[in-house]
Design a protein around this ligand. Structure first.
Ligand SMILES: Nc1ncnc2c1ncn2[C@@H]1O[C@H](COP(=O)(O)OP(=O)(O)OP(=O)(O)O)[C@@H](O)[C@H]1O
Length: 677
């Protein structure tokens, strides 16, 4: 039988249907061979050069100088030759040349099997080669020629990949979506499929929407899961610096450090912020607290007050030697929070008189008012007893006070939307399910691929951070807190304890706290303490029991009884109100029926519970005879936003309760399930 080649070079059989031979695996891999060959060759080259140079007397110094010059030359040449490429590609190509040349030079001098050269080659080199391969694969996949189109493969034909940038362990670029046909949510749903096409792990591909243009999205591919190996704490990031400098608590998956800013910055229009911290038990919240505390306590202009009625010593013992204040008694915590508005008003009006509309570092350097971070553990329990907490939170930000509220989960019942709106930043560790993540992270971040429920508490320290000062495209980038021992943190904090500032006088007086550890030691009367300024270096302090007793005295005697402005002063204390433990209640549980004949009052209708919302949607679907999408589902049925409905419909489709219609993001009731009319 005669045969001929078709226009694409494939073998065709005359008189019969075309026969397209399968691409051989070698030809598929060929485009990626160069980076891997270069990577593989670098080790034996360095090993051979080392053996050669060390066996030739006097050759090593010359070889070192020669290789350094050669490496510099190759790097400069790369920079020159890549001038026509996108700036980011040019930079990464040059960096790859420079890093390779530097590693080969070091390997020649020292031997490539020595630590850390071997590890740098094994992990760093492989990651750089992998990043190049993904960059190429996406470029090829985004190109509609050749029939190997990534977007057609994942049933998103028409999507175009824009100019890609490549960095160690990250490839990123814009996507152009066919206007009116495919939206960002459709691509987000296929993120794991794209990862599978590229031969990467689940979660390696993230798609973020472009807030300015719905026909564009941003794709980020992170090949290696560096979060599996947490980085170690190597000491405070800005010892003796200002709280206006970022707090460094971990590393993102693309090896950028995680930075958190608490005070605002008028120069960059960054708002001061409070922080909401969520995560299930064992997800790493305490470690996050310890690192943040160590950062705060090594700054020259910040005080830390910890309200922890739940855990006691076990979590905070690392603060030994610091100037942090610790309140562990539940009643005292509440009392302190109730006094906070007064302290806020005082500080805000004083800042105004000094000419500032928010706290700035000069408030400390020129007037002695340090920033105050109030860390509240098990916050939802405490907040319930403080009225108008949203107003407190709102005003605190301009008064140089940041509140950090830590709890396992904060449902809308536990934390009102008003309070939530005032917090500004959210740190989300591993959670139980997507619903819990929804209480902590924004819909945009979840839609962009953030999925903290994947970690649960199996990857402690892994987190997402939404906060002022961080680019929004980074909100869906996972990171992991640093690993440290309590001893290392204690030593670092103690080493900088002398730089820790005193609490601003009026704030100390209003909150009933000593201005510094030294003030606390001036008071006596032994009593059991529940408000403890953590002690300074032991040799400079009186005995532990003296200190605890004295500070207890400062609170008991001066602040809660003798305060002439305190209306409760001199009165016999009321018993603490008993509070039901709302943590153990299931918010979705049905309420018991009212007894027959009981009077009923028309109450304002609350947002439907999850179970009600789902039941309402199921009933509504049962009445649909046409194709529908998230925007068609009436909002009063669920009381939630559109992206929640999107996820819900997608979940129902995954479970087979409804069927996906032809257009992405649209559905049909399933006749088999009895939904269709
Ligand atoms: N970044 C990290 N790298 C490695 N291990 C970590 C990291 N963060 C936390 N861990 C470890 O995980 C365990 C649980 O962490 P942690 O106590 O901080 O969790 P938690 O959320 O505070 O839990 P709980 O609410 O029950 O107190 C601890 O053994 C801790 O050392």
């Amino acid at each position: 039988m005669a045969s001929k080649r078709n226009g694409d070079g494939d073998l065709a059989v005359a008189g019969a249907e075309y026969y397209t031979p399968k691409k051989h695996w070698a030809s598929r891999l060929a485009p990626y061979a160069s980076e891997w060959a270069g990577y593989a060759a670098s080790w034996p080259v360095a090993a051979g050069a080392h053996v050669w140079m060390t066996s030739t007397p006097g050759a090593l110094p010359w070889a070192s100088a020669g290789l350094t010059l050669l490496g510099t030359g190759v790097t400069a040449l790369t920079w020159y030759c890549s001038r026509a490429r996108a700036a980011i590609v040019r930079r990464f190509a040059t960096a790859t040349s420079g890093i390779t040349a530097a590693w080969v030079t070091a390997g020649t001098i020292q031997g490539p099997w020595e630590t850390p050269l071997l590890q740098l080659w094994a992990f760093g080199g492989a990651t750089v080669a992998l990043s190049w391969s993904i960059f190429k694969a996406l470029k090829r996949g985004g190109d509609s020629e050749g029939g190997d189109n990534l977007w057609e493969k994942v049933k998103l034909a028409g999507v175009k990949t824009g100019e890609l940038s490549v960095a160690p362990n990250k490839v990123q670029g814009p996507l152009q979506l066919p206007a009116g046909e495919i939206e960002t949510a459709d691509v987000q749903k296929k993120a794991d499929l794209i990862a599978s096409y590229l031969g990467l792990r689940k979660g390696a591909v993230r798609i973020a929407e472009n807030p300015d243009d719905a026909s564009q999205a941003e794709m980020t591919v992170v090949p290696n899961d560096v979060l599996r190996h947490p980085a170690d704490w190597t000491g405070p990031s800005h010892p003796g610096g200002s709280i206006a400098d970022p707090l460094v608590i971990g590393v993102y998956e693309d090896t950028e450090v995680i930075k958190l800013w608490l005070p605002g910055d008028p120069a960059t229009a960054r708002n001061a912020t409070h922080v909401q911290i969520n995560g299930m038990s064992g997800s790493g919240k305490s470690q996050g607290f310890k690192l943040t505390a160590a950062e705060i306590l090594t700054r020259r202009d910040a005080n830390l007050l910890v309200l922890d009625p739940s855990k006691g010593d076990q979590t905070v013992s690392f603060l030994e030697g610091s100037k942090a204040y610790l309140v562990t008694d539940h009643g005292k915590c509440k009392k302190l929070l109730r006094k906070l508005p007064e302290a806020i008003t005082e500080r805000a009006s004083q800042l105004g008189q000094w000419g500032y509309d928010q706290w700035v570092p000069e408030a400390y350097t020129e007037h002695g008012m340090a920033y105050l971070v109030v860390w509240v553990e098990e916050a939802t329990k405490l907040l319930q007893s403080v009225e108008k907490f949203d107003v407190i939170a709102q005003e605190a930000r301009s008064a140089g006070i940041s509140l950090v509220l830590s709890q396992q989960r904060s449902t809308f019942r536990q934390m009102s939307t008003d309070v939530r709106a005032q917090l500004g930043a959210s740190m989300c560790f591993g959670v139980k399910d997507p619903e819990d993540a929804g209480f902590s992270l924004s819909d945009q971040t979840l839609d962009a691929g953030a999925s903290p429920w994947r970690w649960k508490n199996r990857m402690p320290g892994c987190l997402y951070l939404e906060a002022p000062g961080i680019e929004e495209t980074r909100f869906a980038t996972p990171g992991r807190t640093l690993r440290s021992t309590d001893q290392a943190l204690t030593a670092d904090i103690a080493a900088h304890a002398d730089q820790s500032p005193e609490l601003w006088g009026p704030t100390a007086a209003t909150l009933g706290l000593a201005r510094s550890t030294q003030d606390a030691t001036d008071r006596s009367e032994p009593k059991e303490a529940d408000v403890v300024p953590m002690r300074g270096p032991k040799e400079a302090q009186p005995s532990a029991s003296d200190l605890l007793d004295n500070f207890e005295d400062s609170l008991q005697q001066q602040d809660f009884e003798d305060d002439p402005h305190d209306p409760e002063s001199g009165l016999m204390p009321l018993p603490e109100p008993t509070e039901p433990d709302l943590e153990d209640l299931d918010p979705d549980e049905e309420l018991p029926d009212l007894p027959e004949g009981a009077a009923t009052i028309a109450l304002p209708q609350p947002k439907p519970s999850l179970a009600e919302a789902r039941a309402n949607i199921a009933a509504w679907i049962g009445r649909q005879t046409h194709v529908f999408g998230p925007k068609d589902v009436p909002s009063e049925l669920h009381g939630r936003d559109r992206s929640w409905v999107s996820r819900e419909l997608s979940r129902l489709a995954d479970e087979g309760a409804i069927a996906r219609a032809d257009d992405p993001g649209t559905y049909r009731a399933h006749p088999a399930a009895g939904y269709a009319a």
